[in-house]
Design a protein. Structure first.
Lengths: 114, 113
């Protein structure tokens, strides 16, 4: 599975958009980009995932560059409850040898401030 | 409500005293796995199971056992716990037929004295 690189920490003002970058320059064609977050030692929570197209759901948007070497998670209106560690994970798609193992790096600690 | 449950949530025990951490999911997921989380090391997979009676080692299986007799349950067994197994443990499940997103339990904080 491809490795990812994320900044260790970021701050964001409450109500503003939080843009969290991730580099995955060695990503393969059959690998998806997944984002999870972990709020203060709780179980990680799925946010969003994508292959090559931009994706949006009720929690966030995911922008993947055309060459797929990097992506950005966007929380459109960050709240204090979005303070968490955000993990960008690259993994092969289901049916392509996916055993379910997620390789968590150090992630980005997002601090949303009032 | 779709969920993964773990018990106990907190446990303090002594070296060598066998213990079991239970994990149960109500989503009929085929895949289940156990992770441990340690400061500076992130989450690492201990064992995983792709279906009933099918289990395999993850990255850090030493000192642990698992079983998968039923689809919904995936207990983690520490036959002879040692202090280096003091950690935060998470159970997770997912279905390759359902987007492949994983659901994690709330965690079990284990201290081995």
């Amino acid at each position: 599975d491809a490795k990812t690189t994320q900044p260790p920490s970021m701050d964001c003002a409450e109500g503003r958009a939080a843009n969290l970058p991730c580099n995955h320059s060695t990503i393969s064609g059959n690998e998806y980009v997944y984002w999870y977050r972990q709020i203060h030692s709780q179980g990680p929570q799925y946010i969003i995932h994508g292959l090559k197209n931009n994706e949006t759901n009720e929690m966030a948007s995911l922008i993947i560059t055309e060459d797929r070497k990097s992506s950005t998670l966007i929380l459109p209106h960050a709240t204090l409850r979005d303070t968490a560690v955000y993990y960008c994970i690259v993994i092969v798609g289901v049916g392509s040898g996916n055993t379910g193992k997620l390789i968590f790096g150090q992630g980005t600690t997002l601090q949303v401030k009032p | 409500e779709a969920q993964v449950t773990q018990n106990p949530r907190y446990l303090i025990t002594v070296t060598g005293k066998k213990l079991t951490v239970t994990c149960s999911q109500n989503m009929n997921h085929e895949y289940m796995s156990w992770y441990r989380q340690d400061p500076g090391l992130g989450l690492r997979q201990i064992y995983y199971s792709m279906n009933v009676e099918v289990t395999d080692k993850g990255d850090v299986p030493e000192g642990y056992k698992v079983s998968r007799k039923e689809k919904r349950n995936f207990p983690l067994i520490l036959e002879s716990p040692s202090p280096n197994q003091t950690s935060l443990y998470f159970c997770a499940s997912f279905s390759p037929l359902k987007r492949g997103t994983q659901y994690f339990g709330p965690g079990t904080r284990l201290t081995v004295l």
